[in-house]
Design a protein around this ligand. Sequence first.
Ligand code: FAD
Length: 530
Amino acid sequence: MWKKGWREQMWPQLDQVWDLIIIGGGITGAGILREAANAGLKVLLVEANDFSSGTSSRSSKLIHGGLRYMRNLQFGVTFEAVRERQWMLKAASQLVTPLEFVIPNYKVSPIPDWQLGIGMLIYDAMATQWKHKQYSTAEIKQLFPELKKEGLSTGFRYLDSEVDDSRLVLRVILEAVEAGGVALNYARVDNLLRDSRGQVNGVVVRDTSMPNGGVQSVEAGVVINATGPWTDEIRTHIDAPERMRRTRGSHLIFEHSRFPIKHGFTLVHPDDHRMMFALPWEGVSIIGTTDVDEDPAHSGQEPFASEEEIVYILRALNDTFPQFELEHADILSTYAGIRPIISSGSVINPSKESRKHGIWEEKGLLTITGGKMTTFHVMACDVLNRASRRLPGRLSFPTEKPVFAALPADLPEVSLDKATLAYLLGRYGAVTPEMLSAAQQDDLEHIEQFSGVWAEVRWSARNEGVIHLDDLLLRRTRLGLLLPNGAQGHLSRIRKIAQPELGWDDDRWEQEVSRYADIWKHHYSPNPSK
Ligand code: FAD
């Protein structure tokens, strides 16, 4: 937890020699911080904006093996991810939850039914489970009336899982901090320090939480670059050549009543046969994603879903679920993220680039990139094992300590149902009892029809390192994605709870509201734009 005043206390303490500095507070950096803290290392993570504000809050929300990769014959990637999914379903239960998927197959599909059947078999075999099932044409038409019936040949049920991606990052970081790690958001690395041999031995970090924030040089035995899509930008400080291919993926969100699906669906786009997902998530329905090369000119800017991507996704949606007749006007919100993909160097379709992670050591700087949210723990251990000869002690990763702290057995007596408590336990982990105890009158009311409660707003504002209103509404809670107009109709209640907790005066509140409205309009609204 970060109590009021934590940044002011932390900033002067940066001036010491750390065992390890991690640049980037997405899931990759979070996982490394957690393992390093478990190993007792003196470790600092610095994030330029908010934790998870990069790709790690804008994923398809799946902890999955990735059927798509098998189609590209990347069986190793799928196998590793399936193993990690199985582990997380246990280790992070309630946060990572099972989700039944249905994959319909049409007569025009480029994948014959028998091939899909073999794919399902392999997918289950990788997890040593038998959860898939094939439906006859009659069964699939009857069981899933929302699907287009014309040309429907067969369908399969299979099991994957979903997550609140941003809360996953937060939980991993907060539990690492509890174990002795240090993490600062709004702390941008502007440059790298080098020793007399030209080897990287630290960073120059700038406080971006305020205009004209301080700048400090901080030294470390090892520096790890975990900046995802911004990997190459850090590497320019050591004149390393570009290696990344940044591709954008966008999603559309609909109110569940307008796009009422109970299962996840894997669908194939009618024009280019790319695999896409539609899933129920946190009380809404999400569909995505696209895979287009991001314009390098936009590298410093927040991504957003382009008009073409929105049309492309709507086309797939209406082709597979024609009865809902969804239009642009039905969209509740949108979001886009940039994939950190290691370029193969050839001009292939971006969806065919491998999702395998890579590690490079250049002038002492360790870089880890690529991979998936699902494989964050494997990635963390791989890079730390590469770093271990430069770290104190003869460390080997993973350590024996758990990545996710155990959930508390006892909770205070509160008037919340089991499902809500499970939801909160997944997101707040070991501190759920404190979070519930901190709730004031009315805080335990549900936010509209969602699983979340108002107590989350209070807890996050008080304890979770919120610097801006968008941190609170887009990443600590997901109200900006779930509620109409980015939750701006609920700002008076949010203000009543959050403003005193954050200690903001009225001027600051108004500035934050205007900043938030601008971010939401340009990057998360149904009509995002530059
Ligand atoms: P990021 O989350 O982008 O974090 C990097 C961080 O570095 C950023 O927060 C950034 O602000 C920070 N940074 C950059 N420069 C600096 C600097 N100079 N100083 C300090 N900090 C800096 N994976 C799955 O497993 N399941 C999915 O369902 C899934 N869906 C996806 C859907 C889409 C559309 C996309 C784009 C990806 C998806 N992925 C999915 C992949 C997964 O989301 C990413 O692999 C993962 O989030 C990358 O995490 P990261 O920490 O490496 O990068």
